[in-house]
Ligand binder design. Structure first.
Ligand SMILES: Cc1cc2nc3c(=O)[nH]c(=O)nc-3n(C[C@H](O)[C@H](O)[C@H](O)COP(=O)(O)OP(=O)(O)OC[C@H]3O[C@@H](n4cnc5c(N)ncnc54)[C@H](O)[C@@H]3O)c2cc1C
Length: 287
C-alpha cells in the first residue's frame, strides 16, 4: 500500500524508523524484535540506508521481510550520494520486485572521510533530482526530509525552505522532519511551509534521548537542544538508566502535544530499541 493513502483519513499515523544491523551482526538480532514492534500496530516501519555504504545492501532485504513475511507496511530510505543513475534504477527494480511501494528519497551526507565531497560530479546532486527521477521511472509513494531549523549546509533558513518547496514540487507525497526538541519549531514551520505553498503532510520526527550521545548527534545535524533538556542530560549524566527514563518521558510529552496539536502522525526514531519504544507509547497514551 502506498503510505500517501493513509493521510487525510482522519487518522494520525504511527511510524517506526529502524536501521539495519552492521554487516558483521546477524540479521536475526534485528528480527528478534520485529514481532514486538508489530504488536505496537505501526502504520509502517521505515528502514534507513547506511550513510557509509556498509549496510546499504540490507535495507531492501529488511523492508522486504517486514512487508512480505511480517505483513508490516514498509518504506525504504534511499540516498543518491555516490550512486549512478543505473545503480538507482537497479535498486528501484528490486523494490518493484519485492512489492515495496514507499521510498524516503534523500541526497545523503558526504562520505565521512571526504568532508569536501563534490556532489555536482554525481548523476544526482540533490534530493529533488532523485525524486523527479523516481517519479519518472516508477509508481512509488515518495517522502522527503524537512529541517525545521534548516539543513546544516544551508546558509539561510528561507533559502532552505525554498529548496524544500522545489523538492516537494518534484513529486513528494509527504515530508518527515529531522529530530527536534521544541514543538514550537514544528508548529511555526507548518505556518511557514503553508505560506510558501507546501501543502503536503509534514510528519514530525521524534528522537528520544537514550543517552548523552545525543549532544554529539544534535551538534552534527545542526539541531538545538532547549536549555531545560541540557540541564536534564547533565543532571543524569552519571546515571544512564535515569537519563533513559527522563528521555522517554520527554519524548512522550512531545508526542502527546504534537498529536493534540493536529500533527498528521509521528515518525519515531526507535534506534531499534523495542523496550523503550513500548514505554514511550504507553507514556504518550498510545498503548
Ligand atoms: C527523516 C530523515 C531520515 C533520514 N534517513 C537517512 C538515511 O537513511 N541515510 C542517510 O544517509 N541519511 C539520512 N538522512 C540524512 C540526510 O541524508 C542528510 O540530512 C543529507 O545531508 C541531506 O539530505 P536531503 O535529502 O535532505 O538533501 P537535499 O534536499 O538535497 O538538501 C541538502 C541541502 O542542499 C540544499 N538544496 C536542496 N536542493 C537544492 C538544489 N536543487 N540546489 C541547491 N541546493 C539545494 C538544501 O537547502 C540543503 O541545505 C535522513 C534525514 C531525515 C530528516
Amino acid at each position: 500500500m502506498k503510505l500517501s493513502q493513509l493521510f487525510g483519513k482522519n487518522k494520525q499515523t504511527l511510524a517506526f524508523e529502524i536501521f539495519p544491523p552492521k554487516p558483521e551482526v546477524p540479521m536475526e538480532t534485528l528480527f528478534e524484535s520485529i514481532p514486538g514492534f508489530k504488536e505496537l500496530s505501526p502504520d509502517y516501519i521505515s528502514v534507513t540506508y547506511g550513510a557509509g555504504g556498509s549496510s546499504r545492501g540490507r535495507t531492501v532485504e529488511i523492508a522486504s521481510r517486514l512487508k512480505n513475511t511480517y505483513g508490516i507496511e514498509a518504506m525504504v530510505h534511499l540516498t543518491c550520494v555516490g550512486h549512478t543513475m543505473e545503480q538507482i534504477d537497479e535498486i528501484l527494480d528490486s523494490l518493484k520486485r519485492e512489492n515495496i511501494e514507499n521510498i524516503l528519497a534523500l541526497r545523503g551526507d558526504p562520505p565521512i572521510d571526504q568532508p569536501d565531497f563534490d556532489f555536482s560530479r554525481g548523476d544526482f546532486r540533490h534530493a529533488n533530482e532523485l525524486i523527479a527521477h523516481i517519479r519518472k521511472v516508477g509508481d512509488f509513494c515518495i517522502a522527503a526530509a524537512a529541517y525545521l531549523e534548516g539543513h546544516v549546509d544551508s546558509k539561510r533558513l528561507d533559502e532552505d525552505r525554498r529548496w524544500l518547496k522545489e523538492k516537494v514540487d518534484a513529486g513528494v507525497d509527504f515530508l518527515i522532519t529531522q529530530l527536534f526538541f521544541d514543538n514550537r519549531l514544528y508548529f511555526d514551520f507548518l505556518d511557514r511551509a503553508a505560506q510558501i505553498g507546501i501543502n503536503c503532510p509534514i510528519v514530525p520526527g521524534i528522537m528520544p534521548i537514550f543517552n548523552a550521545k545525543i549532544k554529539t548527534m544534535t551538534a552534527r545535524s545542526g539541531c538545538s537542544i532547549p536549555a531545560k533538556l541540557v540541564l536534564m542530560i547533565d543532571k543524569y549524566q552519571d546515571n544512564p538508566e535515569d537519563l533513559r527514563k527522563a528521555g522517554i518521558e520527554y519524548a512522550a510529552k512531545q508526542i502527546r502535544e504534537l498529536l493534540d496539536g493536529g500533527a498528521p502522525g509521528i515518525h519515531l526514531y526507535t534506534m531499534n530499541r523495542l523496550k523503550s519504544t513500548i514505554e514511550i507509547l504507553k507514556a504518550a497514551g498510545l498503548r
